[in-house]
Design a binder for this molecule. Structure first.
Ligand SMILES: CC(C)(COP(=O)(O)OP(=O)(O)OC[C@H]1O[C@@H](n2cnc3c(N)ncnc32)[C@H](O)[C@@H]1OP(=O)(O)O)[C@@H](O)C(=O)NCCC(=O)NCCS
Length: 161
């Protein structure tokens, strides 16, 4: 991304307020299955949730990176502190046509670095236990703790200083 492998043609950068429409368009383009896996529940229309989240981005407690193919947002990953100066929860979404080609993995690495640069020392992720791609992604990032409660699995990652 940004001229480098594995996706030299794609642009990776922090989200901007002006990206709102393109981010919403990506979420609206997702299959019901992708939406379900992302939000851990049936989510017929994610628009208001997505808009509300983008409004929170302040580069202190909430941050997000987007991946663009030209003007089109093809992936987004966000980190959100659950308490002031505490750990942050990450969530990643890759547009259907781009899934399973390594973009999620590259983006997850980048967003962990971004969170760390903003002072986050611990990341958490909650995924459905049936979500094999997200499980594979999380395990590849070497979690320090994994909790399984049946339908969901929670991962904790420490960001080295
Ligand atoms: C989960 C998601 C972000 C992963 O991104 P991706 O670009 O599709 O994943 P990648 O191609 O980078 O693969 C990541 C890892 O998962 C594995 N994986 C990918 N698709 C898989 C599948 N269908 N079944 C099993 N493993 C899979 C890959 O082998 C890879 O493992 P590796 O790092 O050991 O090679 C993406 O599929 C997505 O947006 N899904 C819908 C929303 C969602 O589930 N978000 C996560 C919950 S917040």
């Amino acid at each position: 991304m940004n001229g480098r492998e594995p996706f030299p043609e794609l642009e990776l950068r922090p989200v901007r307020a002006a990206d709102c429409e393109a981010v919403v368009a990506m979420f609206q383009s997702l299959s019901p299955r992708s939406l379900y896996l992302r939000f851990l529940t049936l989510m017929p229309d994610p628009t208001s949730l997505v808009v509300r989240h983008l409004a929170l981005v302040d580069e202190h407690d909430h941050g997000a990176l987007v991946v663009l193919d030209g003007d089109e947002v093809v992936a987004i990953s966000q980190w959100d502190r659950t308490g002031h100066d505490g750990p942050a929860e990450i969530a990643t979404t890759v547009a259907d046509a781009w899934q399973h080609h390594g973009l999620g993995r590259a983006l997850a690495r980048a967003v962990a670095g971004d969170a760390h640069r903003h002072g986050v020392e611990e990341l958490t992720a909650r995924v459905l236990s049936e979500n094999r791609a997200a499980q594979g992604l999380a395990v590849g990032q070497r979690p320090v703790a994994t909790e399984f409660d049946g339908t969901e699995t929670s991962f904790t990652f420490e960001l080295a200083s």
